[in-house]
Design a protein around this ligand. Structure first.
Ligand SMILES: *Cc1c(COP(=O)(O)O)cnc(C)c1O
Length: 386
């Protein structure tokens, strides 16, 4: 099976992890701050807080921004469920904004329209989470303008997008957001097995997230409510979690980060090859905004169903049956049974639902060979025509 995504592990990665195994610290040692500083420096943010997943990063980012009961969090339906669930973890209410049919990202015009309606009803969101789908950044400048006008905070879910650029700068510098979150799951651009990170330029938000990552416990006398009792002393000053990343993961992350640009460039090369090889087929290929250099996490094709004499499902099944591990990113979150129970219905976000009826993610990862890619294209051609 040619998977839709997979990690690449080099000898340097293995050596870095083995070195940690022989060291004094398996967790809470020097590799975590080293990894945090390396990521922050690479993408041009002031602070970074490494955690055990992007899901955890989204949760503590929402809490740090004060999201709580009776607040609203808005995101896109075309994302992994974690981008919406983080609002529910905080006791907040979740709503969605439909996608732009061209980029498949949260549509700033739909956002503006919904904000204007919400303003009249006194239910403006506290936090909006744009998701950089497939690694292509959202129209962050437009979203940030709306954030200032309507007074909401912005968390970029950049789980797909480390190494990508917006207006010539790395995604994650938070020029148009409060916090950006990256994932290091093995299918993403670089990996720490499980893992995630939240970056920000706001010292207070960074401090708050670092506290929430580890039980709300501090050893910093400046943060304590009274004098220290002795050298053993720590205080719990908030209700946090154990969302810590291990030293093994941080060492792997530091090693992988060295190859970030190389990986993104390779993904572009492969995506460019797909663009050429698939150009004549009845497909909509991924459109790229000129302001963006996508991280190219996913290569999503859409079937032109009126030009294909097949169903979406049958094309997908033929690909899977013949060893192409295609996937579908994503089932619109509002159509999940859990969200339907919260009151969402099919038909609520038509562009997202239309996308779902046509989309297929083809294999794309740094170590995908040209011959495997050619095989994917041949099998796809057959699946569309036979
Ligand atoms: C992968 C992913 C997440 C969750 O990442 P984990 O590190 O697995 O928790 C969140 N949002 C999006 C868009 C993702 O693709």
């Amino acid at each position: 099976m040619i998977p839709y995504g997979r990690q690449e592990i080099t000898q340097a990665d293995i050596d870095a992890v083995v070195e940690v195994l022989h060291s004094d610290y398996l967790t809470q040692g020097p590799k975590i701050p080293q990894f945090e500083q390396a990521v922050a420096k690479k993408i041009g943010a002031e602070y970074a807080v490494a955690v055990n997943s992007a899901t955890s990063a989204l949760h503590i980012a929402c809490l740090a921004l004060g999201l709580s009961k009776d607040d609203w969090l808005w995101t896109t339906p075309i994302t992994f469920v974690a981008s919406a669930n983080c609002g529910l973890y905080c006791g907040a209410k979740v709503d969605f904004v439909d996608i732009d049919p061209c980029t498949y990202n949260l549509c700033p015009m739909a956002l503006e329209k919904k904000l204007e309606e919400a303003k009249g009803q006194g239910r403006l969101p506290k936090v909006v989470i744009p998701v950089h789908l497939c690694g292509q950044p959202c129209d962050m400048e437009a979203i940030y303008t709306l954030a200032q006008r309507y007074g909401f905070k912005v968390i970029e879910d950049a789980s797909h997008a480390i190494g990508g650029r917006y207006q010539g700068e790395y995604i994650g510098n938070c020029r148009y957001s409060d916090i950006t979150v990256f994932s290091f799951h093995p299918v993403k651009i670089i990996t720490t097995a499980e893992g995630g990170i939240a970056v920000t330029n706001d010292a207070e938000l960074a401090k708050k997230m670092a506290l929430l990552r580890s039980h709300g416990i501090t050893r910093d006398p400046a943060q304590m409510t009274n004098d220290v009792d002795g050298p053993w002393y720590y205080q719990q000053i908030d209700l946090g979690f154990n969302y810590r990343m291990t030293e093994l993961q941080a060492a792997l992350g530091i090693s992988q980060l060295d190859r970030l640009d190389q990986y993104v460039d390779r993904r572009h090369e492969l995506a460019g090859r797909y663009d050429l090889l698939l150009a004549e087929l009845p497909l909509t290929l991924p459109w790229q905004h000129p302001d963006c250099y996508s991280a190219r996490h996913l290569y999503v094709i859409r079937l032109k169903l009126d030009a294909v004499n097949k169903t979406h499902r049958s094309v997908f099944e033929v690909l899977r049956d013949r060893g192409v591990g295609v996937n579908l990113h994503y089932i619109p979150v509002h159509t999940q049974p859990y969200y339907q129970r919260l009151g969402f219905a099919h038909g609520d976000f038509p562009h997202s639902e239309q996308y779902y009826r046509e989309a297929i993610s083809l294999p794309l990862y740094q170590s995908l060979s040209h011959s495997d890619q050619d095989e994917v294209v041949e099998i796809l051609k057959k699946a569309l025509s036979e």
